[in-house]
Design a protein around this ligand. Structure first.
Ligand SMILES: NC(=O)c1ccc[n+]([C@@H]2O[C@H](COP(=O)([O-])OP(=O)(O)OC[C@H]3O[C@@H](n4cnc5c(N)ncnc54)[C@H](OP(=O)(O)O)[C@@H]3O)[C@@H](O)[C@H]2O)c1
Length: 273
């Protein structure tokens, strides 16, 4: 059984695992335990954020894991309340300190808040220059936000994290990122289970003898989209990790692209235009 996840090379040359653990909505001991278990299973990418209020616990789990820091890929994000140039520099320092790390592998703008997003990006470029974030990027930057960012950025974002599932196949953003060399990463990738009873998905589960989560996560990987499913349960952490162990046929990937019905879990970022 393959127990590793393929890496992708970001546009500045650094390597990132294609599948990682999202840690939204887990707190205190439960968060610490979930991350420790995930690292034991083989996860090396952990996606946290200031907003998730668990950076201390994630840091503890990293320390307890005994895994070399250089083998882990840690992402954190700028909170919506911390936008602006100086505020961003301070918020970054705080995140790194709470995590108990010298650097993060990736620092993202969490949401494209209208007031401040330009100055915040400039601060991310400053942070990147110090080497304390090995890569910088954005989240919830659908096409209009990427087009705007292009006008004032000196550095292309390494990654864009958006809600992206077979039911929310944002083709214009997907195509832009592919063409621009911006790694796309999907959040809420398994729709928190809400779409697991889709008959077309269940047929694919039958065909491949895989679970709904595994089919959806593999669809991401076949499209070259990195993904960060969340779980606090050991069996599901393993199940999601094992989604990299098979290959959907190309025609089934294309079939899943047609599931799109605009279903979303989180806000449409368009509210910040
Ligand atoms: N940038 C952003 O704005 C943004 C927004 C949302 C999320 N995110 C990131 O993306 C990550 C993932 O998204 P998400 O947490 O919203 O949703 P998700 O990963 O699609 O789904 C997580 C939910 O599904 C359950 N689950 C996990 N694996 C399962 C499996 N194999 N079978 C059945 N149920 C399963 C989990 O419960 P248990 O824990 O009980 O297993 C949890 O309730 C977040 O943790 C966060 O890091 C980013």
């Amino acid at each position: 059984m393959n127990n590793t996840i393929p890496n992708t090379k970001l546009n500045n040359g650094i390597l990132m695992p294609m599948l990682g653990l999202g840690v939204y909505d887990m707190y205190q001991k439960q968060a610490e335990q979930a991350v420790e278990t995930a690292i034991e299973i083989g996860y090396r990418l952990i996606d946290t954020a200031s907003m998730y209020e668990n950076e201390v616990e994630i840091g503890n789990a990293i320390k307890n894991s005994g895994i070399n820091r250089s083998e882990l890929f840690i992402t954190s994000k700028l909170n919506n309340t911390d936008h602006g140039y100086e505020q961003t520099l301070q918020a970054f320092d705080k995140s790194v300190q709470l995590l108990g790390l010298d650097y993060v592998d990736l620092y993202l703008i969490h949401w494209p808040i209208k007031e401040g997003r330009k100055e915040s990006w400039k601060a991310l470029e400053t942070i990147y220059a110090t080497g304390r974030a090995k890569a910088i990027g954005v989240a919830n930057y659908t096409l209009p936000f990427l087009n705007e960012l292009k006008k004032y950025s000196s550095i292309e974002p390494a990654l864009n994290q958006i809600e992206f599932t077979p039911w929310l196949f944002e083709k214009d953003t997907f195509d832009y990122c592919k063409q621009a060399g911006v790694q796309l990463q999907s959040y809420s990738p398994i729709t928190r289970g809400i779409k697991f009873s889709d008959e077309r998905l269940l047929e694919l589960c039958d065909k491949y003898q895989k679970t709904p989560a595994q089919i959806i996560l593999n669809w991401n990987l076949q499209l070259g989209v990195s993904t960060i499913p969340k779980s606090v349960q050991k069996n599901r952490l393993q199940e999601n990790f094992d989604a990299a162990n098979f290959t959907l046929d190309a025609q089934d990937v294309v079939f899943m692209n047609t599931f799109n019905d605009g279903f979303r879990i989180c806000d449409d970022p368009i509210i910040f235009l």
